[in-house]
Design a protein around this ligand. Structure first.
Ligand code: ZN
Length: 236
């Protein structure tokens, strides 16, 4: 255990951020790509030219809101049936710009705009992105919660698998947070248990207490926290 101010610098990102859509060079070939037709001649095979980038389908980690079963979906969410309970899941995305006091259940995304106030209701979603006020929600359950600059949130009401703190976001939480993956571009002060990967990105800072197995601090990220690092240290 390292107590006190610990400063770690400049490690290359080792892992993938599961939740984020990314583009990658076209390493993943489509079936048949690169194959030559038989009899195409004897000319030596030239290395294939790289033609830009191919978008890799976004992976969504879905948790069925009916039975709790978790499964991945690649690409766009459209007509998703839970493989376990066979419920046809709602995939709608919602954009809340003003007041919201009604429950929302979806495996899609909910965006809470900067002027929105969500209260006295329950949100169940895949991704929840918040720039507004969700302090007085009854509960939020999601795969990915992103807290953007200016968001107001009572973390005690939130159950999320992954937590992201957006650029310039500044949050202090007193309740201990447990999540799988943590991604910080802003400022977070909390006691946090991460049982997957934590990444502090350039401009990001984590204060408080961190327990977990994998912590990456990118160049320009900062950490000033009590650290408990290593296998089995996060409380599950
Ligand atoms: Zn189900």
């Amino acid at each position: 255990m390292i107590d006190g101010l610990t400063s770690v610098r400049a490690v290359r990102r080792t892992g993938k951020n599961i939740a984020e859509p990314r583009t990658r060079s076209s390493a993943n070939k489509l079936p048949g790509a690169g194959k030559k037709k038989a009899g195409a001649g004897d000319s030596p095979v030239k290395p294939a030219k790289r033609i830009g980038k191919t978008a890799v389908p976004v992976r969504h980690d879905i948790t069925c809101y009916e039975c709790g079963y978790g499964f991945p979906i690649h690409g766009r969410l459209h007509k998703v049936i839970c493989p376990k309970c066979h419920e046809a899941l709602i995939v709608d995305d919602h954009c809340i710009e003003d007041r919201c006091t009604y429950d929302i259940t979806t495996i899609g995304a909910i965006e809470v705009g900067p002027k929105a106030v969500v209260s006295d209701c329950r949100l169940i979603a895949g991704a929840v992105k918040v720039a507004g006020n969700i302090k007085d929600v009854t509960a939020i359950t999601c795969e990915n919660l992103t807290l953007l600059e200016g968001a107001k949130c009572n973390i005690a009401k939130v159950t999320t698998k992954n937590l992201s703190v957006g650029k310039n976001g500044k949050f202090t939480f007193t309740k201990r947070i447990t999540c799988k993956n943590l991604d910080i571009e802003g400022n977070l002060k909390a006691k946090i248990d991460v049982n997957g990967e934590a990444t502090i990105r350039p401009g990001g800072i984590l204060r408080g207490e961190f327990r977990g197995e994998k912590l990456t601090i990118e160049d320009g990220g900062a950490l000033s926290a009590k650290l408990v690092l290593g296998a089995g240290t996060s409380r599950r």
